[in-house]
Design a protein around this ligand. Sequence first.
Ligand code: FEO
Length: 403
Amino acid sequence: MNSHQAIKISDRVYWVGAIDWELRDFHGYSTSRGTTYNAYLVLGSNPILIDTVKAPFWDEMLARISSIIDPTKIDYIISNHAEMDHSGCLERAIETFKPKQVFASKMGIKALEDHFHFNHSITELPNKESLTLGDANFTFLETRMLHWPDSMFTYFANDGILFSQDGFGMHLATSKIFADQNDPAILRHEAAKYYANILLPYSNFVTRLLAQFPSFNLDVKMIAPDHGPIWRNPNDINTILNWWSNWAAQKFYPKAVIAYDTMWQSTAKMAHSIADGLLAENIEVKVMPLSGSHRSDIIAELLEAGAFIVGSPTINQQLFPTVAAMLCYFKGLKPQNLIGQVFGSYGWGAEAIKLLQDELKTMQIELVENPVSVKYVPTAEVLTNCRDLGINIAKQLTAKLEK
Ligand code: FEO
């Protein structure tokens, strides 16, 4: 018996992707719940494959396709995104299935050629134009920088499905193919984490796309991304679109994130006192020691926060390495609308404080109040200063929210 069955998602479309239960790192993003690589098979007079899967999952995709049709019957392949978790099996699929045509966006063709250096001919899909392939009607939307220059959505008009590649996706390995079959809290958490780690720097493009969306006049009954579950009913579709709209706008709430590392618990004690001050002013707080918190989880918490407070000991005149690595990662992701401040302990030189402030200024985080630093171990007075810092940041955040 074929152990990998295709799953029917609409009248004419089957999911033929792969579940990666084991993935724990997606180039620096901790994927603690694994992921899926979603590929889709559109049946009709001329079967069409939309996207493929990461190269090691060829057998799984092939088995799922074979559970429905002879794969050599596939006449067309549409590649929405050149990143190798979706194009990794494209060349093998072209050579095995021998489709009549392969399609991608203009930038997609360049990206695929630069990845695979192959001689296969790929046909360009003009942006916002419709195309009929046999009895299947499609419209293509370039979504440049969401999140690569080549990125494209494909709308299958017959069944009202928007194949959105990475858009509206998440890293979540699940055998429950539809969003409404999964735990809503996990969906929100993983969708936010995906947005924060993959899409955040491109939020202006997201906002523009969502604003233009109604003008495309697409009757979207289902959003089928390339990772995670499929959004299939109007409520769920509205939910993911609203999440994305708010995240792209960098809407923030009375919430603060304190991230730090510590050598002998001095910086940790300071973090706890700052948190105490924030809590006293009714601000939600996430205290995230880098010894136990991955930077990709911290940016996920920061997505809806209004304040970011960072602590580091000074070690050999530098930032603690985990703190420096986190800030390097965050500078690329470009979170917006944050106020913040820094803190930390030192032995004989407090270089980390200035280094931290410089990093936060580079990130365009508005520094409010004054930093707190301490030689070696904080006294009760220093911890009171930390608590006061928390209180004052909370007041500034509340005032900013009331504006
Ligand atoms: Fe899932 Fe940008 O690849």
